[in-house]
Ligand binder design. Structure first.
Ligand SMILES: C=C(O[C@H]1C=CC=C(C(=O)O)[C@@H]1O)C(=O)O
Length: 389
């Protein structure tokens, strides 16, 4: 991977729509232009070899986004120029305060489905649980339209500095047919689908959530309650088991901690497990691991097929790239792929925000609605909106 010693804030400042940026706990990466593009994650290693063999780039990197639906096109590009910098968390400095600014309103909001309908969908999902469907993740979306073109670069900087330890991204996508002009898939995900470096693989499944609270006592109470919740631990274990099963065929050794830990973002507490493995073949491309894992029960459910069917029955919108994956890989297969959550799809004056939650036996519709509202706050706060919509 090319090395351009620079600071993460200078890459955030250089970002403009049409480019792609991803900031991870390992590095910050900005891609400009396109030497080649594919809509198929499986073809990424071949695309990287092609670019290298043609002499267009000695050390090419592919960066992009994969949708939730298996038959929908991905968008993965080998940029003409890739700039890298250390991780954001290493550089919380004066830039942080200077670069954060609210976007101008007012915003017109339209919920799809309406909150009441989401509660009903959760209720229906709970009723359809049983031996054939143990868990399903149900989501809702919120369309916001502002007074002018949404400033994606400002949203990105706001997201980055609020959650510098996660995976912050802005991916350039082909325009939507109904909304011409630049399209940016943007977000700050706390969840690592898979990273591969040399002979080691790492995944960090999250599932089981409580909102953060501005009140320190309540915040602590939420965290303790989450860690002790049998329902959330069940919901979490289904994801960890699926990730371990997905990685096992590739690994000679797999370490799966028996107990989840708590992690926090600016808006949420989550149960988290770090699964690490030693790869039988250190040349296994990270995209192959991502394909084997996606979609985990953190975004779809268990078993996958029945959960997908329930999602298409109960969700009244197309998820697009939400609950897909975003990331990058180099030609040696080393790379990082985050689960595409806490995100929005920006085109023109509007954006679509998304949030979902895992439904298992014992899930409560009102609590699930509140959880999605809390998850939507990641993007709402990045727009400068500090209230529920
Ligand atoms: C599907 C989402 O979150 C997933 C990741 C962490 C916790 C989750 C949960 O507790 O339900 C979800 O599985 C989302 O944020 O839209």
């Amino acid at each position: 991977m090319p090395h351009h010693p620079t600071s993460p804030s200078s890459l955030l400042a250089a970002y403009a729509p049409g480019m792609s940026l991803i900031a991870t706990p390992e590095r910050t990466l900005l891609g400009e232009g396109a030497l080649d593009t594919t809509d198929d994650l499986a073809r990424v290693p071949e695309m990287l070899r092609g670019v290298r063999d043609a002499g267009w780039h000695r050390d090419p990197v592919a960066i992009g986004a994969v949708p939730f639906a298996p038959d929908a096109p991905a968008h993965l590009t080998v940029p003409a120029a890739v700039h890298t910098a250390p991780p954001l968390a290493s550089a919380r400095d004066a830039a942080e305060a200077a670069e954060r600014r609210a976007l101008p309103g007012p915003w017109k909001a339209e919920a799809l489905p309406e909150p009441e309908e989401h509660r009903t969908a959760v209720q229906r999902a709970v009723q359809s649980l049983g031996p054939d469907l143990e868990k399903v993740v149900l989501a809702r979306s919120l369309r916001l339209v502002g007074p002018g073109p949404v400033d994606a670069a400002q949203v990105l900087r706001n997201l980055a500095w609020r959650d510098p330890a996660g995976f912050t991204f802005a991916m350039n996508l082909p325009p939507r047919t109904e909304l011409p002009g630049p399209r940016t898939f943007i977000g700050a995900s706390p969840e690592l689908l898979v990273a591969k470096r040399g002979g080691r693989a790492l995944s960090n499944p999250l599932a089981g959530s409580r909102p953060r609270s501005a009140d320190a006592t309540k915040d602590q109470h939420n965290a303790v309650e989450l860690l002790g919740s049998a329902k959330d631990r069940r919901e979490h274990a289904l994801v960890v088991d699926a990730v371990a099963e997905g990685l096992r065929p590739f690994c000679t050794r797999l370490d799966v901690p028996g107990e989840p830990e708590l992690i926090r973002t600016a808006t949420m507490w989550h149960l988290s497990t770090r699964v690490t493995g030693e790869l039988a073949d250190p040349d296994t491309p990270s995209v192959e691991l991502a394909r084997a894992l996606h979609p985990t029960p953190a975004v779809c459910g268990t078993p996958t097929g029945a959960a997908r069917d329930a999602i298409s029955r109960l969700e009244p919108f197309d998820r697009g790239f939400y609950t897909g994956a975003v990331g990058y890989t180099d030609a040696s297969g080393d790379g990082e792929w985050a689960v595409a959550i806490r995100c929005a799809d920006i085109s023109g004056d509007g954006l679509d925000l998304y949030a979902g939650g895992g439904i298992v036996e014992g899930s409560d519709p009102a609590e699930e609605l509140d959880e999605t509202s809390a998850k939507l706050r990641t993007l709402l706060l990045a727009l400068g909106i500090n209230r529920a919509l």
